[in-house]
Design a protein around this ligand. Structure first.
Ligand code: C2E
Ligand code: MG
Ligand code: MG
Length: 423
């Protein structure tokens, strides 16, 4: 019997109490016989609506064709210490598969899962860094996934190895974010570049107002912390659209594709499947970024605080920035250039520049200790520019929505032109 794709792996400690279905000797033999292989689950850009990469997931395919999912042998490999040999062997396998994948599309990213034990010695880090530095894999194309539980309580040596990987251009994702109890602690301590929203969390989208708000807030939190956000376990179109509308940029799940054997994955990529592409979520994020910036400058000028701390001159400079430096500006002169031909988008530049000039003079006046009565008129002028910017962002948003809603289309779902990938 072929096992169905399972969900996330329960923690190792849960598994240690359960009699393993396979023995370590079975697993060692399987590795020696080449019965272990990677399957690839496509990752989709929710902005572009196309495949941008894949997560490599290990599979044990026996000679009789039956497949054993990782939940049945990774815990055994971890408990016995065999995992480090498995990961080392599979990193070499990944490089071989990656060469084949990049021959089809050199821009695809690949992520793979590792265990905390893989970082208890220098071996894996040294090997990955030597590959990254040799240029065998382009910078930023390789990501490793670690669960927050795996890195919970990790010592300085593990932290140093993870930092070394980041310095070598390897991305680091916190897997299954939202399942543990230490997510924020691990995020603050370890050099993650990405959070992967757990499928359990994603599945709760729409089930209650509270759960829905938690997912939306997790996306916003990732954005504010400068992390990429990947949602896993997207099983239907409604969830895909909802996540997209909140500004989540990447997703994977059965609705787009199950994990596929290498050849099937390559066929899938060659067919260039398309899902709804929609950047409205990014415009929404830009509005929130701007509102947060305005609130920050208000706190600084009138309450003398920055992000809750008493402002000193150095902290205050964070708000006396050029238009290219704030989060809205980084978007405007970066990814937002996607909209460069839109008139409302073009019109944002002027008021945004004036806004920063007023912001700089406000911060300077506050630092000189000028009385509030003098600051208020400047702040009103800043607010006028702010209202203009929000209005223009909403015009940009309305234009994007209008282009989706041609009159003959009955609903936004029709309008998104979704065509399931050909079988
Ligand atoms: P993970 O890294 O969180 O992988 C996601 C799991 O969710 C995969 O299960 C995938 O098949 C499944 N999945 C993806 N989309 C959906 C969906 O829409 N609905 C549902 N219900 N499930 C979905 P898989 O492949 O069985 O892997 C389970 C776990 O095993 C992985 O969780 C990862 O923690 C571990 N694992 C897999 N491959 C490796 C590996 O090479 N090394 C290590 N150390 N662990 C691995
Ligand atoms: Mg993973
Ligand atoms: Mg996961």
């Amino acid at each position: 019997m072929v096992a169905p794709e399972s969900g996330s792996l329960p923690t190792t400690s849960e598994h240690r109490d359960v009699a393993p279905a396979v023995t370590l000797e079975d697993l060692e033999r399987a590795l020696a016989r080449g019965e272990l292989q990677f399957h690839f689950q496509p990752r989709v850009s929710l902005v572009l609506g196309s495949v941008i990469g894949a997560e490599a997931l290990i599979r044990w395919v026996r000679a009789d064709g039956t497949t054993i999912p990782p939940a049945e042998f990774i815990p055994l490999a971890e408990a016995s210490g065999f995992i480090t040999r498995l990961t080392a062997a599979f990193f070499e396998q990944l490089l071989a598969d990656l060469a084949i994948i990049h021959a089809v599309d050199p821009l695809l990213d690949v992520s793979f899962n590792v265990s905390a034990q893989d970082f208890e010695s220098d071996d894996l880090t040294a090997r990955i860094c030597s590959v990254a530095q040799s240029g065998l894999v382009a910078k930023g194309r390789l990501e490793i996934e670690l669960t927050e539980t795996a890195v919970l309580g990790s010592g300085d040596a593990i932290l140093a190895r993870l930092q070394r990987l980041r310095a070598c251009g390897v991305r680091l994702a916190m897997d299954d974010f939202g399942t543990g109890f230490s997510g924020l602690e691990a995020l603050s301590r370890l050099p993650f570049s990405t959070i992967k929203l757990d499928q359990g969390l994603v599945r709760r989208v729409g089930s209650s107002d509270k759960d829905t708000a938690l997912v939306e807030a997790s996306i916003r939190m990732g954005h504010v912390a400068g992390l990429d956000i990947v949602a896993e376990g997207i099983e239907d179109q409604a969830t895909y659209l909802q996540l997209q509308g909140w500004g989540c940029t990447v997703g994977q799940g059965y609705w787009m594709s199950r994990p596929l054997a290498l050849d099937a994955f390559l066929d899938f990529v060659r067919r260039q499947p398309r899902w709804p592409a929609q950047p409205v979520g990014l415009v929404h994020m830009a509005m929130l970024d701007h509102i947060a910036w305005r609130k920050g400058i208000m706190d600084l000028v009138f309450y003398g605080t920055v992000d809750g701390e008493r402002a000193d001159a150095a902290l205050a400079q964070r708000y006396a920035t050029e238009p290219t430096d704030c989060r809205l500006g980084q978007w405007y002169y970066g990814g937002g250039q996607h909209f460069a031909s839109d008139l409302a988008f073009q019109a944002i530049e002027g008021p945004h520049r004036v806004l920063h000039e007023i912001g700089q003079s406000l911060v300077a006046a506050a630092l000189e200790g000028r009385p509030h009565a003098e600051l208020i008129p400047k702040f009103r002028r800043l607010s006028e520019q702010s209202v203009r910017i929000i209005d223009l962002l909403q015009q940009l948003e309305a234009g994007l929505l209008a282009s989706l809603c041609a009159p003959e289309r009955r609903s936004i779902h029709d309008a998104l032109c979704f065509r399931p990938p050909a079988a």
